[in-house]
Design a binder for this molecule. Sequence first.
Ligand code: 5AD
Ligand code: SF4
Length: 466
Amino acid sequence: MEIKPKEITKEQVDAQLSICEDIKKEIGTGRYAMVDTFGCQQNEEDSEKIRGYLSAMGYEMTDKEALADIIVLNTCAVREHAEMRVFGNLGALSHVKKDDPEKIITLCGCMAQQESVAEKIRRSFPQVSLLFGPDELWRFPELIQSVRESKKRVFALGKGDGCVVEGLPHLRSDKVKAWLSIMNGCNNFCTYCIVPYTRFRERSRRPSEIIAEARELVFAGYKEITLLGQNVNSYGRGLSEETDFAKLLREINAIEGDFIIRFMTSHPKDATEELFSAMADCEKCENHLHLPLQSGSDRVLSAMNRRYDMEKYNNQVKKIREYLPDVVLTTDIIVGFPDETEEDFEETLRAVEEIRFDAMFTFIYSKRKGTPAYDMPDPFTREEKQLRFDRLLETQNRISEEKHKEYIGRFERILIDGTDKKDACLTGRTSGGRLVRLSGDEALIGSFQNVKITDCNTWALRGELI
Ligand code: 5AD
Ligand code: SF4
């Protein structure tokens, strides 16, 4: 049976905005808030909504903890390391809270949605006044008001199957590039992954809402729109209208204006030929596909519940390269999944050598409580996994550098998106998403420029304006 997501009504959102107005009247001027984000782009986008609400409440943004009346840590639960960093930060914030007991320290995001974390916060981190899961974000103003009025700690963990909400304010931090979330949640239940338990069931926003938001972004002068979803390839499932991601891409591409479209993430089991064909047809859609492989061993892929094998993955790669011969292909790989043997790992290395990804995000498997892999036997030591991880990185770094060398002498149209303070230069991205550093005036930020690639290293290209 299909579960219908709960739709938050306009009246419910308006009621939250009206609480923002009340708070604004109460706090007066010169009040500050700080939002610190950990984890993925979806979280970055959520933080923009939190900042949007805070701004509607009359808070100005700061990055100084001592100055902030509200401190929000928007967290990630995908790996243990990220969680440890947050606990470390929270520990340090106990002094800040002692100096000013009125400060509202808030923990939200995927970490906050886990019962075990909420319990630990309840017991050992009294400095946290508010905790809420990703699905409760839409009622952030009500939660803040409740902390302010009751002077008690408030815990709001989502219980449902996920809601769909429109019309929340956004305070975007960038002027050139914008995130646009098209869906939320995940139904895939990869056995290592916590996301389906923290962000709940997959649900898509209506195409009309997404297109309206994309139009606003283009009108506001944004040059790059990145469509976000845990698995954009299943976009549209469960909506009453007939649509899919390829169709959505074509509709956004049809919006007039000089802008580019990126998207992530694509699950290999659901990537379709229609998508590849739409990517090839849509002139605004960039030449990049992020297609997480996770492992090159069929045995491990099956234990991960990825629901594709190497034959299917290789076919996807072959197909996309037929449509877009110079597509930039990037991936995620997990090393040391429970019981991954030396043979399994060597299959991953072989796959990496054969496919020749342009770049890769590599992770050592991190045990997540509540996921099926948590209870799988895991006989290999951290040191053994680290050695495999280093070998994989070495292999990919060599390939990335070889691929980058092929750019030298080429001309690329890039979007200048910012500066690199350390190198005192401008930065931009090729159509395939490769980082380019170049000299030039900051006034060029936000413009498309033709650039000649002159040099490279493993991670980036160097270019000259022409
Ligand atoms: N351990 C290590 N890496 C993980 N990822 C997701 N869950 C885990 C985990 N438990 C990685 C996957 C995913 C990326 C976003 O994070 O590679 O594609
Ligand atoms: Fe996690 Fe798999 Fe869903 Fe990605 S597709 S969020 S890895 S469960």
